[in-house]
Design a protein. Sequence first.
Length: 202
Amino acid sequence: MGRVGLGLSQVPDCRLAHARSKKASYRNAYNILSMNMVQQHWPLQTLRSLGSMFNPVWTHNAGVVGGEIVTLRALENNVLRAMGDPRVHMAINCASMSCPDLRHEPYVSSRLDKQLDDQSIQFLKQDNKGIILNKADNVLHLSSIFDWFESDFEPYGGVEAFVRHYRPDLAKDLTLVPDIPYDWRVNGTLSGRDLSRLRADM
């Protein structure tokens, strides 16, 4: 591991004990580790390309957090989603274009709810990423995140209730459909020529 992994490995479990602190710390850890995986394997077009159908990258060792080796899948499913706050899906970024944007600041326990609310609002304002409004058919297309993790939004009363909570300005007669195709590219497209040139320069 590089410096990022070593730094995370030194975070003692006692500092992650408080629920809010744990939420913030593990969100930061996920984002740091996903970016670190890209950095370690650069250049690449998608993070998913580092794995396969039977051994997806999400199950690869991503680093050390709280003294334990973790994978991105374990962090997401066993830790973050298990906390029961669907706003986590607005706060973690798997190094893909369609993921919610990374904040320009770390998540901190003292302002976590405000940060997560802001993330949800911003994502649900982003055309072609969080939403696409088809005025002709009166359909609001949503990120596929809302399809893949539909059950996680039950604490808000379901996906539509969650969306309308953060977008109260939406017309009441809109039909919400979570079907926007996911763009897995890392920060844009790298052609084969670009990849060859980058590798030659490394």
